[in-house]
Design a protein around this ligand. Sequence first.
Ligand code: G
Ligand code: MN
Length: 382
Amino acid sequence: MTPLKVLVVEDNDLIRDSFVMALEDAGFAVDASENGQRALERSDLADFGVIVSDVAMPVLDGLGMLKALRDRHVAVPVVLVTGSQSANAAADAARYGALLYLTKPVNLRTLIEVVRHAGKLSGGANRARSEAPPPPPDPAALAAEELSARLDRAIARLWMAFQPIVLPTERRVIAFEALMRSDEPAMARPDLILDAAERLDRLEDLGVAVRARVAEALVDLPEGSDVFVNLHARDLLVDGFLSGAEPLTAHARRVVLEITERASLERVVDLPSLTNRLRAHGYRLAIDDLGAGYAGLTAVAHLRPEVVKIDMSLVRGLDADPVRQELVGRLNDACRRLGLRVVCEGVENAAERDALLAMGCDCHQGYLYAKPTRGFPPVAWG
Ligand code: G
Ligand code: MN
């Protein structure tokens, strides 16, 4: 397999060299330019599968370069690296389709991971469309069109299932998590919808539709309970999200925004100011799936959430597993000392429930109590 070609655009020699070396060591074919203008002048620009670019550079900065690329309809994934913290830059970057935002100092392992991910999205090839004649219809392109039509249908037939989050000892429902579902048969599973939206770069459309459906359902949200809404990284950067245009904002005091995956947070520049603004509206924040995949402890340090949700992979079979007990117990203790609410996800049977309660984990979600369904399902207290 030919290695993915990566262009590093960075004016600082030391940083540029360290990026180039790390990416070369990871097996990429790497070249470098010292600012955005130099990068745009390259005759081989169309050959790169991923561009990693600094934001602040002399002559032409990263956002200027990104805008010029998009004006030329060059769709190569761009990973921006910034030292300065500016929410406007983040919004601009999102508008011009930057794939990801990393803040300095950049962890080189993270950089490699992000470039690898970006390379998968580009298919390793730059798609320069403006100068080139229209490509012949190939099967992959037709598949994209079909996928897009399916996603349209899935969004048109989108609805929200709700699953209770409970305090079993008090037999009290404190909230419902909203989970995306669709009646489009080709996209019955939420991961298929998310996957399509991500591949087609239409996460924003999907997020807007989801939050509109949640806002509609809130009319019937039982008294005294809140709603947990899953959010994708990019949703935070949408212009309207913090403005009156966001339908959830009117209900923000009853809304907990669940955020997952590490890249979500790294994409967002000036996270503290963003989360402050969200909180000023009344939103609370949760780290979803803690302990799974990328949702690590640093997410708690970064986001300072009000709620953490312990992933069901740590809950499964915990009653018979001293390692899971130790991990969940310690996590629960640490989070509670920080004043956070801890929700244990995916509680499926009475043995798991009782073991959790014995460890002081009092807030549960899972099939044992109710499966996600249309409307707000009743709880089986057992
Ligand atoms: O990533 P997140 O935690 O938002 O995912 C929630 C998903 O977990 C939903 O799709 C929901 O249907 C599923 N789920 C909820 N409770 C349980 C459970 O007890 N067991 C299993 N296996 N899945 C669950
Ligand atoms: Mn969730």
